[in-house]
Design a protein around this ligand. Sequence first.
Ligand code: PLI
Length: 471
Amino acid sequence: MSDTIHRTMGQQSGRRSWAEPWKIKMVEPLRMTRPEDRAGALAEAGYNTFLLRSDDVYIDLLTDSGTNAMSDRQWAGMMLGDEAYAGSRNFYRLEEAIQTWYGYPFIVPTHQGRGAEHLISQAAIRKGQYVPGNMYFTTTRLHQELAGGIFVDVITDAAHDPANLSPFKGDVDIAKLENLVAEHGAASIAYVSLAGTVNMAGGQPVSMANVKALSAFCRGHGIKLFLDATRLVENAFFIQEREPGYADKPLAAIVREFCDYSDGAWMSAKKDALVNIGGWLAVRDRALFEELRNLVVVYEGLHTYGGLAGRDMEAMAIGIAESMQDDHMRARIGQVRYLAELLQDWGVPMVQPVGGHAIFLDARAFYPHLRQDQFPSQTLAAELYLDSGIRSMERGIVSAGRDPETGDHHYPKLELTRLTIPRRVYTQAHMDVVAESVKAVYDARAAARGLKMVYEPRYLRFFQARFEPLS
Ligand code: PLI
C-alpha cells in the first residue's frame, strides 16, 4: 500500500493527501448510459470498443492518446495560431521547445506519432534489415515492416510476465541484442528502437543505466539508437522514484539526460505533451534530417507544419513545458496508482508493477477457462462496457496481429485489457466508479463465454475487427 494515496487515510490523524496541481474551469457533460442501450450499442459495434460511438460511453478509458484536457495557457496559445502555409511562427516555438526540453537540434513536425514512424522507417530502414526494439508497438512495428524491416523483440524476459515485480521491465536485454549482431552483423541492423514506458508491456519503464549501456553498445558497433519519446516524461518519473542517484533531479533533467544517449527520437505528442493532436521527429544528423525534411512534404505537409495547424503547434510547445513539471506528473501517475490500489485490494489480477498511463488487467488470469483464440481481453473489454459504460481497450492477441511471413496469429504472452487514464480529465470519484465496475465483472468472471472474430481487416486489425459472442 502506498503511504501517500490510500483512501482509508481519511480516518487517520496526521493525514497528508496529495491533490492535482490544477482546478477545473470548464466541464463537459457526460451521458449516463442504460444497460439495455449498452447491449444494443455493443452488438452494433461488433463487440469492439473501438467501434462504439463516444456518445454511448460513460467513462472513456480507451486511450490516453489525444484525450488530454488542455490548460488555459494552451487554449490561449491556440488563439496565437499563425496559419501561414510556410514559416509559421508557431513552428519556431515548437522547434525551440523540442530543442530545449529534449535536446535534439533538427526537428520535423508530423500530424501524430505514426506520421513520424512512417518517415523514420522509410528513411532509415533498408529491405531485409532488422529493427530490434523493447517490445513491439502496433503502429511502430507495422511501419518498420512496411519499409521492409524485420522487427526483433529484445526486451528483458521479465516484461512478458505480468507478476514479475522488477522495477525496470522496459529494459533491453543487451545479451539478446549482442546475439542478433553476432549472428547477422551490425550492418544488418537498421537501428535500435527504444520506447520509454513500454506501452504493450503495461507502461513499464526503461532505466537510465540501461539506455546508457545500450548507447555504448550501439556506438561501439556503429548502430543508431532512436527513441520513441511518446511517454518519456512518465519514464523519467520512474527513474526519479526508483533509480539510485535520481531522487533529487527534476524530471526535465532526467528526460534530457536520457535523450543525450540517443541519435534521435519521435513522439506522439498526444500523450505526454498534453495536446489532442500532434507529433514530431527529431535527429542529430544533418544528412538524415535533410532526407526526413524532404519526405515530410510528400506525406504530411510542408516542413514547417507537417500536417498540423499553427495553433496545434503552439499548444504542443506549451504542453511540452507543462508535461515536464514534477507536480503534474506526480498527480498524473498518482491517479493511475489510486485506481490500481482499489483493484489490488479486491484481488483483481493486473500487470505489476503498475505503469505510468494505465492499468493493464490480466485477462488470462481473469478468464482462465478461455483459450487465447477465444479473445479473453476483448471479452473483458466488452463485459466492462456492458456493466457500466466504461470503455477500455484490448491489448492481447487481437492487437498483436499476424506474422507477415506465415500469416498465423501472433500469440503474445501478455493478454491484457487496458484501462487508460486520460491526463487531467477524470476525478477520483470516476476512478471509484471504474474500480467498482471492474470488481463486478471480476465477480461474474466464471460466466464469460468468449468471442469469435467475424471480420478481420488487413492492417492493425484491432481497430476495426468485428466479433460475435460464442454460444
Ligand atoms: O497514435 P499516434 O499515431 O499519435 O502514435 C503512435 C504511437 C507511437 N508510440 C507509442 C508508444 C504509442 O503508444 C502510440 C500510440 N498509442 C496509442 C494510440 C494508444 O492508445 O496507446
